[in-house]
Design a protein around this ligand. Structure first.
Ligand code: ATP
Ligand code: MG
Length: 639
């Protein structure tokens, strides 16, 4: 738009009165002065203007007295100081000998307002910047501790000079999990958390999501810090769950006048952002915990656990299987699973893996595993490891070491063989018994006849005596063998222990002679005791046999019996090799033997222990390597 100034024809101009009248009606606060700034004329608006700024017209002119008067035709702006502080802006313009003075009412006001708005905008931008940074750093926090530290930094930046306290709780139990305080907390102010009722309502927190006893809702939040003059607070709420509270307080040392309403608005914004981050951090903490717990469970489980992926590479190899094979986790992880089994087992393993990859479980299959020192046997159950989409990701095998079981099975078979040999021996002995009875009877009668013949029969009678003695020995042996091999009837009798020991020594005659050892007896007075004789015989036969086996020719076995209170005590002591300390705790285990194949089943002492315990007695051992061993049997006497 173009403007065109129109010059009105005014040859003489208005009269002074007309001008004055016009001047009065002008709304602009205006005054006319001479070039010395002596007031000549001013309008009502000027008087009002001065009054609005706390000045009289005269005072305004005094304020202008020092001002520089502009050149003819020019204009300038002058600031006049106000008594209550601040300035008022006056525009001066000169035409010849007249100077006009105009007050800048509107523009000044607007400038003030602009400054306020500008300041508010700047403050808003700063707040938003801090909140943005805070959002970023809390999202990146790896733990609750890091998160609280970030929040504390943000609060400090947003609210300089204030004291504050950040408390995070467990959403389920309400228990305090983190606390950060900037300032001196009052005694007992950590717990319970106090929430403002209006804030709870605004956040739509239900009664169920407020842990009883740990969190209190009240009309007013008590001040937490020593020497606070006031404060605001904001609960941390995400998805309807309470995760904590942030309290902001004004210490008496605070320089500026606080604006609680504004502070609360910003604090709520901050709390909303932080609450979501706390919720996420807690979820991550929980997930990490569950994951670690499961890993630990797999790792420490008392079962062999092995997982292979689709490429048949080992991805889990727990401690139990590492112990069994002697290979460390580091050695095995990433290896082909076939590496763990001997070559002749590859085909079987391949078929089990193929089944697992098809999603079929194999409940029970035995496999030999390579170990650092040889091989071990394990029994596994496999199942497929699935992805969350249900696709087969690999195969998981859980098993147990059956090496010992397999060895025990072998030994049981061996023991069973021996038992059937024993039965065979008993039946053979029985068969020998009858003809031998005849041999003994006839040789006896022939001997009597030869003896009656006097010197003529002397040579025969000597031979016949040898036949008779040998025959009697065979008979005694077969009788003993039959009674020993026959399963004993559990009939309790009153037993003379010393006589029973003699009988046991008799059974061992063969091993005693073979080992070239001597048996010494040192019997004390003993009353009869209740026992199953055949079983008790077996106890001492086993102990004496073991003693003979442990000794070199010339060794000695002592059998000592004594009465000690209500017990009969029998010691079987030898001068043998003694027992290795590491073996001492194992000798009573079934099948534990240090004897070479075919010389011992390792059942002897376990049978002894069982029988002694069945009689209400106790068995103990004392051994010194290279010096000898003493087994002590304590049996209760009859009441
Ligand atoms: N008197 C002993 N002196 C030294 N070692 C002994 C003695 N008695 C037992 N032992 C040790 O204890 C082991 C177990 O004994 P146990 O009588 O149970 O089995 P075994 O004698 O080896 O076989 P079995 O008795 O079944 O024929 C023996 O192999 C031996 O090492
Ligand atoms: Mg034995």
């Amino acid at each position: 738009m173009t403007t065109e100034s129109r010059r009105l024809p005014m040859p003489e101009g208005p009269s002074a009165e007309a001008f004055r009248a016009f001047f009065e009606t002008v709304e602009l606060p205006a005054a006319l002065c001479d070039t010395q700034l002596h007031l000549q004329l001013y309008n009502n608006a000027f008087a009002r203007f001065c009054f609005d700024h706390g000045l009289t017209v005269e005072q305004m002119m005094e304020g202008l007295a020092e001002a520089r008067v502009p050149e003819d035709g020019a204009a300038c702006v002058v600031e006049v100081a106000l008594p209550q502080g601040g300035v008022v802006v006056m525009e001066l313009a000169r035409r010849g000998e007249s100077v006009s003075v105009v007050g800048r009412r509107e523009s000044e006001l607007m400038r003030g307002q602009l400054v306020v708005v500008e300041q508010a905008l700047l403050e808003q931008a700063r707040t938003e910047g801090v909140l943005l940074d805070l959002g970023r750093s809390v999202a990146e926090a790896g733990s609750e501790e890091e998160l609280v530290a970030s929040v504390a930094r943000g609060v400090k930046e947003l609210f300089p000079g204030r004291t504050f306290c950040i408390r995070i709780i467990d959403a389920r139990t309400g228990g305090l999990t983190s606390l950060y305080a900037e300032g001196r907390l009052k005694e007992g102010s950590r717990e319970p958390l106090v929430l403002k009722r209006t804030a709870v309502e605004k956040m739509h927190l239900t009664a169920e999501s407020i842990p009883v006893g740990k969190v209190v809702v009240a009309a007013l939040v008590p001040l937490l810090f020593e020497g606070s003059t006031g404060g605001v607070s904001a609960p941390l709420v995400a998805s309807g769950q309470l995760y904590g509270v942030v309290n902001l307080e004004y210490p008496s040392s605070l320089r500026e006048e606080p604006d609680p309403l504004q502070d609360e608005r910003v604090l709520v914004q901050l709390a909303n952002q932080v609450a979501v981050a706390v919720k996420n951090a807690k979820l991550i903490d929980e997930l990490t915990f569950v994951r670690k717990y499961l890993e630990e469970l797999l790792e420490k489980a008392n079962a062999l656990i092995l997982v292979a992926n689709r490429d048949k590479k080992v991805v889990v190899f727990n401690q139990a299987i590492s112990r069994l094979t002697g290979f460390s986790k580091e050695e095995v992880l990433g290896q082909d699973v076939f590496w763990l089994v001997p070559e002749d087992e590859h085909l079987r393993l391949a078929s089990v893996l193929a089944a697992a990859m098809r999603g079929e479980a194999v409940p029970n299959f035995e496999l030999r595993l390579r170990t650092r020192s040889g091989e071990a046997r394990a029994s596994f159950a496999t199942s497929s490891a699935l992805t969350s989409q249900g696709e087969v990701e690999g195969v998981m095998a859980i098993g147990q070491d059956v090496t010992v079981v397999a060895q025990l099975e072998q030994r049981v078979i061996h023991a069973e063989k021996l038992a059937s040999m024993g039965q065979l021996a008993a039946s053979v002995a029985h068969e020998i018994n009858n003809p031998m009875t005849a041999v003994v009877a006839y040789s006896e009668s022939l001997l009597q006849r030869a003896m009656m013949m006097g010197s003529a029969g002397a040579a025969d009678s000597e031979k016949l005596r040898k036949i008779l003695e040998s025959g009697q020995r065979i008979l005694r042996f077969t009788r003993d063998l039959t009674s020993y091999a026959r399963p004993a009837k559990d009939k309790v009798e009153r037993v003379q222990l010393n006589a029973l020991l003699d009988k046991a020594v008799g059974y061992c005659e063969h091993v005693v002679t073979q080992s070239k050892v001597k048996v010494e007896r040192d019997y004390g007075e003993l009353p009869p005791l209740p026992a199953v004789p055949a079983n008790l015989e077996q106890v001492f036969v086993n102990l004496i046999t073991n003693a003979c086996h442990a000794m070199k020719p010339g060794g000695q076995v002592w059998l000592r019996t004594r009465r000690e209170g209500r017990e009969a005590v029998v010691c079987v002591k030898d001068t043998g090799s003694g027992i290795e300390p590491t073996n001492l705790s194992r000798i009573f285990e079934p099948f534990f033997t240090t004897k070479t194949e075919g010389n011992g089943t390792g059942l002897g002492l376990s049978i002894v222990q069982r029988i002694v315990e069945k009689h209400g007695g106790k068995l103990s051992v004392d051994s010194a390597l290279g010096q000898g061993t003493t087994f002590t049997v304590r049996l209760p006497l009859a009441d």
